[in-house]
Ligand binder design. Structure first.
Ligand SMILES: C[C@@H]1N[C@@H](c2cn(-c3ccccc3)nn2)[C@H](O)[C@@H]1O
Length: 445
């Protein structure tokens, strides 16, 4: 039965304001993990650590006073946010999420609430200001990733076991609220926050605080968009409150995994994805499978087809340059988005039965449905099953035609689109125009 929840959602479950509509229309974003961890890049004292590079301090059991010394050598001379923004634009990303502070606690901006920040490095200058300006100038919305979990701050606590823990964590919550207010005030064009590091008991015991923090941030910046991962309710339930109501503005539990059914349609949601199996910060040597542009394009299409966003991760090097593998993705995904981006941007679940050859996407309310073909059937025929009151009025390739298409009615509101001779290396798109005017030849009743 329903539980009394006082500190659950702050905003309505499906916001209809322009900021949230733009978040949905964006569909494809660039995640950027950049911090001191990019300096050791997965190696410590000559030893290779295969775990996620931004967690190296943990894997190599580095004491914080030793890890913090990395700030003394952080000097990204190749850092060129205009170049980063131009690459993101070329790739077709419509928004970006940058780590302002990861679990290590190091801040990419000069924060008045800590000395562990960019101002205490050889580089000295604020990294965020030119970043926000460059991406906004490129027409890309900027979001800030912020880790609540902070390995540097003396008042961080994993759990609240004693009175001392509670007093320390109260100071930590004030520090957190101050830093977030500072980020909104210093960079007012920020569109939202991607919270992380909120799985520990101390935060799960701070549901009321996270409720009030969300309210405070949205008062500071009306329209601000915050992910579900920021929140707990007063019972310790995260992302969704104890009655299953989503907190925050989109479900963000999809980390390195994608949904497989239409149950996600109930809320806005986003999946974030690494290029190797599990590296967010820069690692000198990626081990194992590196996802190809085609794999990542298909993941992005699957997200759009289930009305979700896809956030693809980049991990810049310590000097601010972008690795070869990621530059290839910019080029390949960018080429695809140039031709087929209209099947992604502003699109969502099409309401049609999924077929094995790929995915349907559709701009809500449009009569045009996009068929994104990822698996060409051996019989070269794409099956379409429409609801009983819909028929195909027109069909054609989006962009460059790859072959001569023909349409065959094979059942009641059921069709094959025959591809004919088609040769291609990437997914492609066929547009179909639907109509409620009967166009069948009455063969199938
Ligand atoms: C978005 C990603 N979230 C961070 C993360 C995930 N995890 C984690 C912690 C416990 C279990 C599974 C995953 N710890 N840190 C990663 O470091 C990266 O920032």
């Amino acid at each position: 039965e329903k539980k009394e929840v006082q500190y659950g959602p702050v905003s309505p479950e499906k916001r209809t304001d322009p900021a949230m509509e733009k978040w949905r229309d964006n569909r494809f974003g660039q995640f950027i993990h950049w911090g001191l961890y990019a300096i050791p890049a997965g190696y410590w004292k000559g030893k290779y650590y295969k775990g996620a590079a931004e967690w190296l301090k943990s894997w190599a059991k580095v004491p914080m006073n030793e890890w913090a010394k990395l700030a003394e050598e952080f000097n990204p001379e190749q850092y060129d946010p205009e170049e980063w923004a131009s690459m993101a634009k070329q790739m077709g990303a419509r928004y970006v999420v940058l780590t302002t502070k990861h679990h290590e606690g190091f801040c990419l901006w000069p924060s008045q609430y800590t000395d562990f920040d960019i101002s205490n490095t050889p580089y000295q200058k604020d990294l965020l200001k030119p970043f926000v300006e460059a991406y906004n100038k490129a027409g890309i919305d900027v979001y800030f990733y912020y880790s609540v979990l902070d390995w540097y701050h003396p008042d961080w606590r994993y759990a609240l076991k004693s009175e001392e823990d509670k007093q320390a964590f109260e100071r930590f919550k004030t520090f957190t609220k101050n830093q977030l207010s500072e980020l909104i005030e210093r960079y007012p064009s920020v569109k939202g926050f991607w919270f992380d590091g909120t799985w520990d008991a101390s935060w799960k015991a701070s549901g009321q605080f996270s409720y009030e923090l969300e309210k405070h941030m949205k008062q500071l910046k009306p329209g601000l968009i915050i992910n579900s991962r920021m929140r707990a309710d007063e019972w310790g339930s995260r992302h969704f409150d104890s009655n299953g109501q989503m907190m925050g503005d989109y479900a963000s539990g999809w980390e390195r995994k994608l949904p497989t059914d239409t149950s996600v349609l109930h809320n806005d949601w986003e999946a974030c994805m690494t290029v190797p199996e599990n590296q967010w910060g820069y690692h000198k040597n990626w081990e194992g499978h590196v996802k190809t542009p085609t794999e990542l394009i298909e993941m992005m299409v699957r997200c759009t087809a289930l009305s979700g966003n896809f956030l693809l991760n980049f991990g810049p090097k310590e000097d601010g340059s972008i690795r070869e593998e990621e530059q290839l993705l910019v080029k390949e995904i960018g080429n695809w988005m140039e031709q087929y981006g209209n099947a992604i941007y502003n699109c969502a679940y099409a309401g049609l039965e999924k077929q094995d050859w790929g995915y349907f996407t559709r701009e809500p309310g449009s009569k045009t449905v996009n068929m994104v073909v990822c698996n060409i059937p051996v019989n070269k025929a794409l099956r379409i099953q429409l609801p009983k009151n819909l028929f195909i009025q027109h069909y054609e390739y989006m962009g460059k035609p790859l072959s001569k298409l023909t349409l065959e009615e094979i059942g009641k509101n059921e069709y094959f689109i025959h591809l004919g001779k088609v040769k291609t290396k990437q997914p492609f798109v066929i547009n179909i125009q639907l109509t409620s005017e009967k166009t069948d030849n009455g063969l199938y009743q």
